[in-house]
Every structure is written in structure tokens, then in C-alpha cells.
Design a protein around this ligand. Structure first.
Ligand code: PLP
Length: 381
């Protein structure tokens, strides 16, 4: 029998093919992907268990170990953005009742607090004003007071532009028998990281910042100690999609179907990582540092001041104080609409007080800085 229901066409838009503006993305992320990476994304998808795709996954794993400077076997890309990888780290490491000590000196520290609580962690915090970092002595005193199962820190706090030094923190965690979990979302590829040397047990990142790739495939790594804690769990990981006991059977030699990987994003991540390896980590880190110093100088010449002490400033993200009497939102809007340059405002405690300027991955180039400074000269009152 013919159907009698009629189709509702009210949402049936008749659109022209997609057009998107060409922007220079100098905010906190995403940053512009490298053109070679975008080309790689255009290749036709193969199956998620095709030997050709499995070989790409292996390459991603090796290259992630290189960019993080780790030998961790459990090193994968999570299908999702940085928040999914963050949630994977927390979900796999935290058992209900575990004391989780979080260093909060910005927005993403607070996100860790929220997540760890949702997975049943007994969450404790140490705090610092936004833009500052914890000293090793402060961390020692907090760890010896709270005796956590996990210490969670944000290496590169994107909301403030501050770099949390990690030297010595791993030894401290070993001494007190706790795992060290680190957010490297805004540091991977742009800021020196030596995960194994620093004794980091769990780390996660994203694709869309220092690696110069679109968002959606996010690095996650777990040390042997973290894997052992996972294997000793009395309870299942409270998140099916992000459970490493299942995911490791897809990424490891079993090759058991878990979910349909976003094939083209993994092509892109593989290419982005290949380009970092071709450049070499040392050169990549040095390029980020040189370009950001050039930016800082230019901003200071425009009479602007920077929020974070020079020794703790990130090479990937700079917080610039909005001068008294200047409408920060209006300036950012003008940069976007008249100059096609995206920068961003502050979050939380720093909302309305700073602009955030990112120089990450492919965008960490002298031309990006020159374009921004020229536009600022025109836009600033
Ligand atoms: N952690 C930090 C430090 C971040 O800067 C971000 C995003 O900017 C995230 C986590 C979350 O990543 P995403 O927005 O890719 O989900």
C-alpha cells in the first residue's frame, strides 16, 4: 500500500554548495591546519580494519610516542576532541573513592575537577591565581597532605597562557605512590615535553593546536604504572566508548572492532605528525619559541602588556591585557570581520581582562605575527 503520510519539507533548505571564510586562526584553537594535512583528509576512506588503515594507526602510535617522548605501549588517538581524551584519561585512571588532587590555576583545571568528580573521585584541589603556576614545594606539601591516588596538572593552561613546570613532579608522585596525569592539549608539538623523563603516567592532547591538524582525533597515552592500575580495577571503567581495556584491543595486535574510526581525521593526524617528525621536535619547539618572542616584542611595542611572567609564558598561547577603556570584544570582532583574523577573549577570572593569542603548529610563523600586528595597529584606538 502506498504511504499516506506526507513529508514535511519545512526544513528542506535549498542551499548553494558550502563556502567558508578564509580566516587566520590566532585564537586558543583550532589553529589553521597545514595545507598538506587538509589534502590528506581528501583521500578516499578505506575500512577501519583494512590492513592499509591498520598500518596508518601503527604509524600514528609511533609518531605520538616521538612527539611526547615516551615509550608507552598504550599510546593512541581517541576519536573525539581533546575533551574526549581528557575524559578517557580520567575515566581509566579513576576508581570510585580514589583521591584525585587537581592543580587548579585556570579553566581547564576546573574541568578536570568536574570530570574526576563525575567518575567517583574524591576530588581535592590546590589553587593559584590564574596566570601563575605551582612550585614543586607547593605540590609536595599538597601531595603529602592529601595522599592522592592521582595528581592531575595542566601543563599548558590555555585560559591563562601559563606553562606549569613538570620537572621533579614525577619523582614526587613516585615517592608518594600516586599517578601523575597531565593535560598537554596546548603544549604537544609546541612546548618541550619529555613524558618518560618527567615520569608522567597519563597524558592527553588534541590535534588542532600544536600539531596543525583539524580537531577530532586526540592523543592519549598511559604508562605501565597506569596500565597496571587499570588492570587491577575492581570496577569497570564507567565509560564504554573511552575504556582503554576495550580500545587497546583495537589499537593493539588483537584488532577487534570497537567503533568506526573517523578514517579521514586519522589520515590528517598521520600527516600532521609526519610533518612534525620531518621538521624535528627540537626545530619545531624552537620555531614556536622564536615566533612567540617576536610576537611579544611587537605587542609591547604597541604599548600592550602581557599577563604571565616571562619565564612561565607559553610559546603557544599568549594572554595580552586589554588596556583600560578599550572594548576587548569589539577589537576581536573587528579583527575577525575586517581582517579575517581570529583572536579570543579571556575565560572565567580573566573574562574581559585579556585577549588570548595563539601561535600554534602551522600558524607559528613570522607572517602570522606580522599580519596580526599590522591589523592591531589599524584596529586599536
Ligand atoms: N584542555 C585544555 C588545556 C584545552 O585548552 C582544551 C581546549 O582548548 C581542552 C582541554 C579541551 O579540548 P577540546 O576543546 O579539543 O575538546
Amino acid at each position: 500500500m502506498m504511504q499516506t503520510l506526507s513529508i514535511n519539507d519545512s526544513q528542506r533548505l535549498q542551499l548553494a554548495p558550502l563556502v567558508v571564510p578564509s580566516r587566520l586562526l590566532l585564537g586558543p584553537g583550532p589553529s589553521n591546519a597545514h595545507p598538506t594535512v587538509l589534502e590528506a583528509m581528501n583521500k578516499p576512506p578505506v575500512g577501519h580494519l583494512d590492513p592499509a588503515f591498520l598500518a596508518i594507526m601503527d604509524e600514528i602510535q609511533s609518531l605520538l610516542r616521538y612527539v611526547w617522548q615516551t615509550d608507552n605501549q598504550y599510546t593512541i588517538a581517541v576519536s573525539g576532541t581533546g575533551t574526549a581524551a581528557m575524559e578517557a584519561a580520567i575515566a581509566n585512571a579513576t576508581e570510585p573513592g580514589d583521591v584525585v588532587l587537581v592543580g587548579v590555576a585556570g579553566y581547564f583545571g576546573n574541568r578536570l575537577v568536574d570530570m574526576a568528580g563525575r567518575y567517583g573521585g574524591d576530588v581535592r584541589t590546590i589553587t593559584k591565581p590564574w596566570g601563575q603556576v605551582f612550585t614543586l614545594d607547593e605540590l609536595r606539601s599538597a601531595v603529602s597532605t592529601h595522599r592522592p591516588a592521582i595528581l592531575a596538572l595542566v601543563h599548558a593552561e590555555t585560559s591563562t597562557g601559563a606553562r606549569q613546570p613538570l620537572e621533579g613532579v614525577g619523582e614526587l608522585c613516585r615517592e608518594f605512590g600516586c599517578l601523575l596525569l597531565v593535560d598537554t592539549v596546548t603544549s604537544l608539538g609546541g612546548v618541550p615535553i619529555f613524558l618518560d623523563e618527567w615520569g608522567v603516567d597519563l597524558a592527553y592532547s588534541c590535534s588542532q593546536k600544536g600539531l596543525g591538524c583539524p580537531p577530532g582525533a586526540s592523543p592519549l597515552t598511559m604508562s605501565q604504572n597506569a596500565v597496571e592500575k587499570l588492570k587491577r580495577r575492581q570496577t569497570k571503567v564507567a565509560n564504554w566508548y573511552l575504556d582503554m581495556t576495550l580500545l587497546s584491543k583495537y589499537w593493539g595486535s588483537d584488532r577487534i572492532y570497537h567503533h568506526t574510526a573517523p578514517i579521514n581525521l586519522y589520515y590528517a593526524l598521520r600527516e600532521a605528525l609526519r610533518l612534525v617528525a620531518q621538521e624535528g621536535l627540537a626545530s619545531c619547539w624552537q620555531r614556536h619559541q622564536q615566533n612567540v618572542e617576536y610576537l611579544w616584542q611587537g605587542l609591547e611595542e604597541l604599548g600592550l602588556s602581557l599577563h604571565v611572567d616571562r619565564q612561565f609564558r607559553l610559546p603557544t598561547l599568549t594572554t595580552v591585557r586589554i588596556p583600560q577603556g578599550v572594548d576587548g570584544k569589539a577589537v576581536a570582532r573587528q579583527l575577525l570581520l575586517e581582517h579575517n583574523i581570529e583572536i579570543s577573549g579571556g575565560l572565567g577570572e580573566l573574562a574581559g581582562k585579556v585577549w588570548r593569542v595563539g601561535l600554534m603548529g602551522f600558524n607559528s610563523r613570522k607572517e602570522s605575527v606580522d599580519r596580526l600586528l599590522e591589523a592591531l595597529r589599524q584596529v586599536l584606538p
